[in-house]
Design a protein around this ligand. Structure first.
Ligand SMILES: Cc1cc2nc3c(=O)[nH]c(=O)nc-3n(C[C@H](O)[C@H](O)[C@H](O)COP(=O)(O)OP(=O)(O)OC[C@H]3O[C@@H](n4cnc5c(N)ncnc54)[C@H](O)[C@@H]3O)c2cc1C
Length: 457
């Protein structure tokens, strides 16, 4: 009786899962294994919102496996030690895993390969599980990665995709194998009030509904803050509850400008992954240093606190930050304008903003969070690194009726239309009626300070 182990990491699904597919095809019995590794938490994963979503994903994965005659085996401890122990207990000859691209994942993979080999077992690493096109598969001449999105997108779009795989019909798990308690959402403290439900079932439902009902309008509506017309698939993609490859296939099959725009966004995901895979230090260091001397000291700390708490006095900035605190998710336009406000208008270190996002985002991951922050701060891959978004103009443009601000900043709910974007223009008793702070910084002063700092005055 041959046995194979499938180690689940950021690929918590049964459909379109190359490691599981290969294991089921090649072995009589399969151990679907997830290891709750404290080292992953220490590496920055352990935000309550993500732990809650993870718990949903594992519960759902277990349920899906049980429907197929199997179950999920959970172990707590060091990944390498636990995988080797399970392989030994079951006599498994092979361990299948999705390729990881962060420095952490690659170091873990190397350790696992060596430990298994020392035991006479093999690690089989599968590409294109967590990304559509694996980092390093398309490179420009003379470099190990693309530093500019547009040529990357062109090359990426021409790469032939593997066909999505069906979920296995049955999974036979060796009997009698110990499993630790999987984490439960209810036991996670400090979760934001409206974090989405995790899991493959939920994710696939959203993906199907999105492709059939909303995709066509995506190109026109993706920046409409109040309309909330993006897919909200990012947490499912982050945990691998939805396959990015399958999402691209479905969108391309539907076709049209909405599909093209959506697939382009999925390409951004791979773009950042291939930058981080080639330059792991970009998680913490400026990708393109600009000699910034970010503000520090007590006043800077107070400004950071006001920004984190959504009380900057710029309604659209505060609305987006409060959405983040409430849902563990923020609209992309909100992420852009709040990040620009922090790193440019307030001239605070992008790492501080990235840390706050990472503490709350359900989809928070090192590649997308850090590199998008760098992109906005002008230390990353943006070809216009010194542009500054004006929050009043952004509000008027992307929330023209003010509905998004009224939804998230209830203090201003009585202000009509676009006037909600500039409450400071109210006079006397009218202004006093609103318990909402004045702008913490004058926009032209913030702009001048940033320009000086970047030597552009
Ligand atoms: C400062 C900042 C921080 C960000 N941090 C993260 C993060 O930690 N995790 C994360 O997944 N995204 C991050 N993004 C990218 C983007 O804002 C989110 O992916 C998007 O808002 C998720 O919503 P959605 O699923 O409805 O996206 P849709 O608009 O429906 O896009 C579909 C998918 O494409 C991908 N995508 C879209 N935009 C980007 C982008 N700019 N970069 C990379 N992938 C993208 C996501 O996987 C997304 O789910 C960040 C953006 C900024 C400006």
């Amino acid at each position: 009786m041959s046995v194979a182990v499938v180690l689940f990491t950021a690929d918590l699904r049964l459909h379109d899962h190359p490691p599981l597919h290969a294991a089921v095809a090649s072995a009589d019995e399969v151990v679907p294994l997830f290891v709750r590794d404290p080292a992953v938490d220490r590496a920055g994963f352990a935000a309550p919102n993500r732990l809650a979503f993870l718990a949903d994903c594992l519960t759902d994965l277990d349920a899906g496996l049980r429907e197929r005659g199997g179950r999920l085996v959970v172990r707590h401890g060091d990944t390498v030690t636990e995988v080797c122990a399970v392989a030994r207990e079951t006599g498994a000859g092979e361990v299948h895993v999705a390729a990881g691209h962060s420095a952490f994942a690659r170091a873990r993979e190397d350790r696992l390969r060596r430990a298994l080999a020392a035991d006479g077992r093999q690690l089989r690493v599968h590409d294109a599980v967590t990304s559509v096109v694996p980092p390093g598969d398309v490179t420009p001449q003379g470099s190990d990665h693309f530093a500019v999105f547009t040529p990357y997108h062109r090359r990426w779009s021409g790469v032939p995709l593997r066909a999505p795989l069906p979920a296995p019909r049955t999974v036979r798990v060796p009997p009698g194998l110990r499993s630790d308690e999987p984490p439960a959402r209810a036991s996670v403290a400090g979760v934001s009030p409206a974090v989405a439900t995790g899991g493959e079932r939920e994710g696939r439902g959203r993906l199907r509904a999105w492709i059939s009902q909303d995709l066509d309008a995506y190109e026109d509506r993706h920046d409409d803050l109040a309309g909330d017309a993006t897919s909200r698939l990012s947490p499912y993609l982050h945990f691998g509850a939805v396959s990015a490859t399958e999402a691209v296939h479905l969108a391309r099959t539907r076709g049209g400008p909405g599909a093209d725009a959506f697939v382009r966004q999925l390409c951004w995901r791979d773009f950042h992954q291939q930058v981080l895979a080639a330059r792991p230090r970009a998680a913490v260091e400026d990708y393109r240093p600009r000699n910034d001397r970010w503000r520090r000291g007590a006043e800077a700390e107070e400004d950071l606190r006001a920004w984190c708490e959504g009380r900057t006095g710029y309604p659209v900035v505060d609305a987006a930050l409060r959405q983040l605190a409430h849902e563990g998710w923020m609209h992309n336009r909100g992420r852009l304008l709040t990040a620009s406000f922090l790193s440019k208008t307030l001239y605070l270190d992008w790492r501080e903003g990235a840390r706050h996002f990472s503490g709350l985002l359900v989809d928070g991951d090192v590649a997308n969070n850090q590199l998008n922050w760098q992109w906005v701060a002008g230390t990353g891959t943006d070809s216009r690194p010194h542009r500054v978004l004006n929050p009043v103009l952004q509000g008027r443009r992307y929330d023209p009726d003010g509905a998004y601000v009224r939804r998230w900043v209830p203090e201003l709910a009585a202000l009509p239309g676009a006037s909600v974007h500039e409450p400071w223009k109210l006079k006397g008793a009218d202004r006093a009626a609103y318990d909402y702070p004045d702008p913490m910084v004058d926009l032209s002063e913030g702009l001048a300070r940033f320009r000086r700092a970047r030597g552009r005055n």
